[in-house]
Design a binder for this molecule. Sequence first.
Ligand code: DGT
Ligand code: CA
Ligand code: CA
Ligand code: ZN
Length: 576
Amino acid sequence: MARPNEEVAAVLQEYADLVAITGGDAFKARAYEKAARAIGGHPSDVSKLDIDGLREIPNVGKSIAEKVVEFLGTGRVAAFEEIRTSVPAGVRELLTIPTLGPHKALVLYEELGVSSVDELLDAIHEERLRDLKGFGEKTEQNILHGIELMKKAGGRILLSAASDAAERIVADLSRIDGCERCAFAGSLRRMRETIGDIDVLVAADRAEPFMEAISTLPYTAEVIARGSKKTSVRTIDGLQIDLRVLPPDAWGAGLLYFTGSKPHNIRIREIAVRQGWKLSEYGLFHGKSGKKITSETEEAIYAKLGLPWIPPTLREDRGEVAAGLRDELPTLIEEADIRGDLHTHTDLTDGLASLEDMIAAVAERGYAYYAITDHAPNLYMQRMTDAKILAQREQVRKLDGKHRKVRLLHGTELNIGPDGDVDWPEEFLAGFDLCVASVHDHFKQNRAEQTRRLVRACENPAVSIIGHPTTRLLGKRPGIDADFDEVFAACARTGTALEINAHPERLDLGDEDILRARRHGVKFAINTDAHSVMHLPYMRYGAGTAQRGWLTKDDVINTWPLQRLRRFLRPSGHGR
Ligand code: DGT
Ligand code: CA
Ligand code: CA
Ligand code: ZN
């Protein structure tokens, strides 16, 4: 498509949206929308056309053609300016939510001042929509569903959404007669941070009942392709699922093949070929006779190739095959090794749960220790004060030991200012058991400035952990630009841990940065940054990401016994 066509289409579509959102003439809005689509899809460059030429495009009448000419000549349309300045850009973003109409978008804006998708999510979670006329819990669900759809439309979906869907499907297929095994494979089993499609495997003698079942499940919206070995469907949430049914004796070979990654598969196939063997999704075979060597389990196939079983999170062709041949694979950290969460929030700031509820939920998870790290004063909207945090500390000290097994640490999440300063002076900071420090603003500073502020935060003796170090939001916001090798070196030098933030929208640090940081000899903390008890289970995504970064228990400070952890947090022995 020619570039001017795109620009004209965008400006007409914007006008249509503005008319709709301000409750204007629906007929007019539709007319502009149709014209936008027609011009966007027009095969030749519209900037070369005059008014008459433009009017030959379907759905483009005199008045619209004149506005297009005006736009192409001056870069603006006078008639659009007034309505445009009356509606902030963020409100238009609301219209991209497929389940939110212009009328409701307008109410949200006028009544609650909501002017972006993120603000809308906040408003829903704070239950502020419930007070609006015409909005109920059902509306909330619809909007949340729409936002999820929108996020998925970006192509890849978050690990958390894919995990939830896959677990439900595996459970449903496992109940069908003749199902000998059922599991998910692909990038989801490797716990990549985002997932393209969900690969589900079934071991059964007859494929047909499973192909039929996946095609007719209540959450299946569309059957993309149906065959005797593979069926692909799209769910009502827009996820693609590939189901493959394998002969039961080829389970291991199929699981290995469809777990991937492709480069890992190629690497191990090379080993087979060097032996004169053939490796496929059906098994490991002699090249000449075609006789089967083995196929039933992954372990057996790896073993024949001279390899230990390689955890799926390592199967990215990042040296795991060579390490396996030397028998030097790391003993990866597991979620069960985690003894406590070191970055969480309560309703004293922007968390949803009370301190007591958070502690009860943490005790339930069997943690040995737990840090409360509410936001510090420089994140102004959280309204933290010295008095509030000290009162919280007193409460924490009182509750400590009430749940016999969980020891409580009182901390805070400091804000790393543009110069690397943090919220409180040294004496005040010394009163905390631990301080996480994170970047929450000034994302646009240049590389040298970002590097310096992070390094200065590391050098602050009170700071033990750098929270969500890159500040990226998957599918929404790239990380800040900094020389992270320099930051990682500073962490190693100063004994500051890097967080692996386990929130599925963050996973920050991500696997590749973890690998880099590890080479500097840095320690890590896997934290959920929970803002509600519902977020505490996100720990599994953090553990998976740490595995993808080849980390062992020893690399991760919140797998350590409390005494060792305390020595790391307060090396000079001051504080409690
Ligand atoms: P995704 O879905 O983009 O997040 O990534 P994957 O890794 O799940 O990729 P997908 O769904 O295309 O295929 C699943 C696995 O099947 C993949 O990880 C490895 C295996 N596979 C697929 N196509 C090929 C291929 O052409 N050669 C080899 N060796 N393996 C393949
Ligand atoms: Ca996949
Ligand atoms: Ca696939
Ligand atoms: Zn936080």
